[in-house]
Design a protein around this ligand. Structure first.
Ligand SMILES: Nc1ncnc2c1ncn2[C@@H]1O[C@H](COP(=O)(O)OP(=O)(O)OP(=O)(O)O)[C@@H](O)[C@H]1O
Ligand SMILES: [Mg+2]
Length: 360
């Protein structure tokens, strides 16, 4: 059931349209992530849900009731910010207690609730510390505890991990996800990190220029990107032009390829095929129908988990391939000739234009 509903939200700053016509339905208890490049409107949308600013048009519903007219402190939502936003002059305990003190709850209840939430975010040992005595990750846990202690119906988080180093980011990401699942709290999360979005979310909403491009599970958004923008922004992709032969047979890299009818019925002008780097087979024959083509290694980068190859394909240009770093693969060096293979079913096709729709 839809817990938070956004209907036709519009927001402009002067002449700049930050949100064009955003409608979303967010399920109860789900982890819903707004993903998109800088400036696409993620924070604007989150702040509209929080009530920090009013949208110009459209409606926001929580549990079926409009909250558009309510101020931020009446909406029953908790917010976690990128820069932690802890009060520097208050102890961890007092930072977390702040919202409850404002609600004028009895002191004993405040103590109990703050202690419980500090234990949940593993800060119970640090209740009396001041923020400057905490690491970035611990400060963000204070931010999280402060948002959760008011028992909000919805938790909103705006890039909460982006000020942390890479290792801590992954650690806290796991903690946030498991806390969200334990508390079963509807969460709207903002990030421009596609890997973070895929790994943490039930649903990912990809935005571009104030417009929702696609909403789907991480698996769908990655494997069935609705358009070329999503295919480009989420993960990496190689794009190859598609030509049509006289008989309407599509050609990729000059070779014919079996494709769905919906693709050929589009006509050839500007059609593109995409292929994920990890789907490219290097120096190995395909056991299923597909394309084979030759290239020359231009760069080989070993990342520990994988080998990233940049390969120049004659008549096309550069293609990225990801392979297992086997002993044979690791020996590849710039200038080596390689044979590449891609299964026909691993190609996706997109209509013309930078945001051409997926054809299937
Ligand atoms: N107060 C403001 N006045 C004018 N323009 C604004 C204001 N706030 C945001 N904008 C503009 O609206 C657009 C959306 O901004 P927003 O902060 O929502 O982007 P974002 O997706 O959160 O980006 P980032 O990933 O950089 O945080 C941007 O083009 C931004 O410059
Ligand atoms: Mg932002």
């Amino acid at each position: 059931m839809s817990h938070v509903q956004l209907k036709n939200i519009k927001k402009t700053y002067g002449s700049h349209v930050a949100l064009k016509d955003v409608s979303l339905s967010i399920d109860r208890g789900s982890f819903f992530t707004l993903l998109g490049p800088s400036g696409c409107g993620k924070t604007t949308l989150l702040r509209a849900i929080a009530g920090f600013h009013q949208q110009d048009a459209g409606e926001i519903l929580l549990e079926g009731q409009s909250i558009s007219h309510l101020g931020a402190n009446k909406r029953n939502v908790g917010m976690v910010f990128q820069d932690y936003a802890v009060f520097p002059h208050l102890s961890v305990f007092d930072n977390v207690a702040f919202g409850l003190v404002q609600q004028k709850l009895p002191v004993a209840e405040i103590r109990e609730r703050v202690a419980a939430i500090l234990a949940t975010v593993q800060l119970d040992q640090h209740a009396q510390r001041m923020p400057h005595q905490l690491s970035g990750g611990q400060q963000q846990r204070v931010g999280l505890a402060r948002a959760l202690v008011i028992r909000p119906k919805v938790l909103l988080m705006d890039e909460p991990l982006s000020n942390l180093d890479a290792k801590l980011r992954v650690e806290l990401r796991r903690d946030i996800r498991s806390l969200q699942q334990t508390l079963d709290i509807t969460t709207v999360y903002v990030t421009h990190d596609q890997e973070e979005a895929l790994s943490i979310s039930d649903q990912v909403c990809v935005m571009h220029d104030g417009v929702v491009q696609q909403v789907g599970t991480p698996w769908i958004v990655y494997n069935r990107p609705a358009n070329r923008f999503v295919a480009t922004f989420v993960g990496s992709n190689n794009f190859l032009p598609v030509a049509l032969e006289g008989a309407g047979q599509p050609l990729v890299l000059g070779q014919s390829l079996a494709v769905p009818k919906s693709v050929t019925s589009q006509g050839a002008n500007g059609l593109v095929a995409s292929i994920r780097p990890e789907k490219i087979v290097v120096n190995e024959a395909l056991s299923e129908p597909g394309l084979h083509f030759g290239g020359v290694v231009r760069q080989a980068m070993f990342t520990g988990r994988e080998l990233q190859l940049t390969i120049e394909v004659t008549g096309h240009g550069l293609i990225e391939a990801l392979t297992e770093p086997s002993a044979v693969m690791i020996a590849l060096k710039p200038g080596d000739a390689v044979r590449l293979g891609v299964r026909a079913e691993d190609f996706l096709f997109f209509a013309p234009g930078v945001s051409g729709a997926l054809l299937q």
